[in-house]
Design a protein around this ligand. Structure first.
Ligand SMILES: *Cc1c(COP(=O)(O)O)cnc(C)c1O
Length: 358
């Protein structure tokens, strides 16, 4: 059996060093004789590990000091609600960009707490591009963007600026965090579920500027109040220590391999060769506007129809797994996150070429 490459959109591929370290820790954490799963989150080794993970986030993304780094639960999906609950007053407005299914879910939750102005939408064209014109509201508290649209394969390459001088950007970076450098100071809040580009499911990263809090007067449940999580350094309740450890190992691997700058270079190279093959190969086309194509999720479809199940099984026999496209786009989707080796992309390109000449 040849090597397996997992092109899943999420939970997604992790580097083998992460899997090895995590499986070791599951049995005996750093020679303490017990599993990391059995250890108190208040014990020194665990507290040190979580602090080190926070530090890795800070170093890799150059997070300014006035930002808090939190490890929460409930996935990016809980953030869809926590963000407006904490930041958007009942009579206030937030601007949202509607660039895909995850944006739509974020909009739906925000509508429960305040006014939502949908500043732009690509829905009419099945989210095949990032809208360039925004219709922002003067007094919007924040402007929400989904930095990478996991399902449709589009990505923001430069972020819009809030027109309200006191406004700030809020970004769902679940599927491209740590894939490229970002200027954290552009944002009031960044959030990301771990299971795309950062680790396994179970932990959600939130990077938040402290001064955006305390401006709504509703009652917020203790667990869902960012202030609680900040005051207790993400340890108000029992944190998902195993998941955080896998994030720790992933970020450490990332740092050893040159950090987000080196990742960005590698990701550009990987995506370019795959898009080049989609352009070259008469069997396939990309449904996404050229200038907005994601470096993380690459959807492609048959140009003139074809047997999708046959191509998927052709790939599967070559160890190229989970390439089926999302049901709303159809066709195929190759998710090529940080941990997808360049050799995996090469193997996919090779399969596409072989399938063409077959
Ligand atoms: C997967 C995904 C989500 C949902 O994440 P959960 O952690 O499962 O809640 C949200 N936003 C984006 C962009 C995603 O890719």
């Amino acid at each position: 059996m040849s090597k397996i490459y997992n092109f899943s959109a999420g939970p997604a591929v992790l580097d083998s060093t992460v899997l090895e370290a995590t499986s070791k820790a599951a049995i005996d954490y750093q020679g303490h004789g017990i599993s990391l799963m059995e250890m108190s989150h208040r014990s020194k080794p665990v507290m040190d590990m979580v602090a080190e993970t926070e530090n890795l986030v800070r170093v890799l993304l150059q997070v300014p000091d006035q930002y808090y780094v939190l490890f929460l639960q409930g996935g990016a999906s809980l953030q869809f609600a926590m963000i407006p609950m904490n930041l958007l007053g009942e009579n206030q407005t937030a601007d949202y960009t509607d660039t895909g299914a995850w944006s739509a879910k974020a909009i739906k939750e925000a509508q429960l707490y305040g006014n939502v102005n949908v500043a732009c939408s690509s829905k009419e064209s099945v989210h095949n591009h990032i809208p360039k014109e925004l219709n922002q509201s003067e007094a919007a508290v924040y402007l929400h963007v989904t930095s990478n649209n996991t399902i449709y394969g589009t990505q923001w390459y430069s972020y819009p600026k809030p027109i309200n001088a006191d406004g700030y950007l809020v970004a769902d970076m679940s599927s491209d965090i740590f894939s490229r450098p970002i200027d954290v100071s552009q944002f009031g809040l960044i959030y990301a579920g771990a299971q795309k580009n950062m680790g396994p499911a179970g932990v959600t990263l939130v990077i938040i500027r402290g001064d955006i809090l305390g401006k709504v007067d509703r009652t917020i449940p203790t667990m869902m109040n960012y202030q609680t999580q900040m005051d207790k350094s993400s340890m108000f309740n029992t944190p998902p220590v195993m998941s955080i450890y896998a994030v720790n190992r992933t970020l450490s691997w990332l740092k050893e391999n040159g950090g987000v700058e080196a990742m960005a270079e590698k990701n550009e190279r990987k995506a370019k060769k795959l898009y080049d093959e989609i352009e070259r190969n008469p069997l396939f086309i990309s449904p996404v506007a050229l200038e907005d194509r994601s470096l993380m999720n690459v959807p492609f479809v048959f140009a003139d129809g074809g047997d999708e199940a046959d191509f998927l099984s052709f790939c599967d026999h070559r160890g190229l797994k989970t390439l089926k496209g999302h049901r709303s786009v159809g066709g195929f989707r190759a998710s090529i996150y940080n941990a997808m080796p360049e050799a995996g992309v090469d193997a996919l390109i090779h399969a596409m070429q072989e399938y063409q000449t077959n």
